[in-house]
Design a protein around this ligand. Structure first.
Ligand code: ATP
Ligand code: MG
Length: 415
């Protein structure tokens, strides 16, 4: 895409009421627009990043047999009343229509997915099933000071699985856990799984996936020799204690953000809706349900928090809005523009996503914007590179500079 056509522009300052680093940078670079505390619109650059994150999640959920659907977000009040969540869930947004009918905005979708599964799963032969969606959630959060990491409207992948036996559920639970680790890895994030309390849902075992960052709202204890990790709130140990798992070193305390979780919901929801299936011997049973959440917008905010430096955002390759930021240094020599245009054509036809800064602006301004926007590889075309016959390539994450010919570049970017 030509940057001269991009309708957003970078800005020097974020709104004064925006305290979080992720939202400040994302607003300044033109990724998101703040509507009010906890609510953001995603502009073309931000939409590209979010779609990439969603596609990573989608691919990994599809690989483990998840079937994608899109459930309603405007909910009837009845199922919420049926499970007790209408009065029991404090973050539930409730709406009253002009006809005095009441509705809820989806904050999680057990109340919707359970009756859907019930329509189709009648026999043990119909199970297990895993249904997921990627979309908007609404929560009446008290604090919304973490930018896009804690929204009142936000993006989430939520999956629900239905099983005949606890063993089958336990098996699938481990599969999802592995898929979650793959997703974080593809986002360059190092996540740790805690054994969590299960919160308001159940007493059963569940995991929270934690990413270390000072912007996180949770305190965790972890071991850097093994994978032990626990939320300080629930941990039986304290900072400085020997690791209860490997005993090799002392536990450390850190701030972390919950980037996802998996819960064993047991039979609570099937019981609330009278959802039973017929077993092989003809008897009726409630399925066992698991739910698996992952905040897509929170993941995007977390990536910004973890990798940003003093100059701006630093995107890992798989989630960057573009792979290459092509910077054309404005020149009286028309060949510079011709060369930049040629490189743009070559790269885009090789399938490389390029943002081409073809604006009539000073080099310093272009470089500062490029640092702020955070695209992984910057390629500079100038009179100097023209004379040298090689393009200047700068890695955003390290600042490492290399000089490459067109064929070397294509080779590197398409391998
Ligand atoms: P938290 O403890 O941070 O409030 P939660 O326990 O309420 O999270 P879930 O209800 O299980 O989280 O939601 C699943 C996932 O959705 C979370 O792991 C997180 O990644 C994301 N998430 C939850 N609340 C928000 C929010 N307000 N804004 C953005 N993402 C959120
Ligand atoms: Mg919450």
């Amino acid at each position: 895409m030509r940057q001269s056509q991009l309708f957003t522009k970078t800005r020097r300052e974020a709104p004064s009421d925006e305290v979080s680093k992720n939202a400040q940078l994302l607003i300044r670079a033109g990724y998101v627009h703040k509507e009010m505390a906890g609510v953001y619109s995603y502009l073309p650059l931000g939409r590209r990043v979010l779609t990439k994150i969603e596609n990573i999640i989608r691919a990994e959920m599809d690989k483990i047999g998840g079937q994608e659907l899109r459930m309603a977000t405007l909910h009837p009040s009845e199922p919420w009343k049926q499970t007790g969540a209408w009065d029991g869930v404090d973050v539930l947004f409730k709406i009253q229509s002009r006809t005095e009918k009441e509705y809820a905005l989806g904050q999680s979708e057990e109340e919707i997915v359970t009756p859907i599964a019930q329509q189709y799963a009648h026999s043990y032969k119909d199970l297990p099933i895993a249904l997921y969606q990627i979309g908007q959630k609404y929560r009446d959060e008290l604090r919304a000071k973490s930018g896009i990491m804690r929204g009142r409207e936000f993006g989430m992948k939520d999956m629900y699985s239905f099983h005949t036996t606890q063993d089958d559920f336990d098996r699938y639970y481990e599969i999802v856990k592995e898929a979650y680790f793959k997703i974080y890895k593809r986002c360059n994030l190092d996540a740790k799984a805690t054994e969590a309390s299960g919160g308001s849902f159940s007493e059963k075992i569940s995991y929270e996936f934690m990413v270390l960052t000072d912007a996180g709202e949770d305190d965790i204890l972890y071991c850097d020799k093994c994978d032990y990790c626990a939320n300080v709130e629930v941990a039986k140990n304290a900072e400085g204690d020997a690791c209860p798992k490997c005993g090799q070193t002392k536990l450390q305390k850190a701030k972390a953000v919950e980037a996802g979780n998996v819960f064993d919901l047991g039979q609570k929801y099937p019981k609330a809706f009278g959802f039973t299936y017929k077993a092989e011997d003809g008897s009726d049973h409630y399925p066992i349900v698991g739910c698996y959440g992952m905040g897509t917008t929170r993941l995007m905010g977390t990536i910004v928090e973890v990798f940003a430096d003093a100059k701006g955002i630093v995107w890992p390759e798989e989630v960057a809005p573009f792979r290459v930021h092509l910077i054309e240094i404005t020149s009286d020599n028309a060949d510079v523009h011709t060369e930049a245009a040629e490189l743009y054509r070559e790269l885009t036809s090789a399938g490389v996503e390029v943002l081409w800064d073809d604006r009539d602006a000073r080099a310093g301004e272009k470089f500062a914007d490029s640092d702020l926007i955070g695209i992984p590889l910057r390629i500079v075309v100038s009179e100097k590179t023209l004379a040298a016959g090689k393009f200047e390539c700068v890695e955003r994450v390290s600042g490492k500079v290399e000089h490459k010919s067109l064929s070397e570049l294509i080779g590197r970017l398409t391998s």
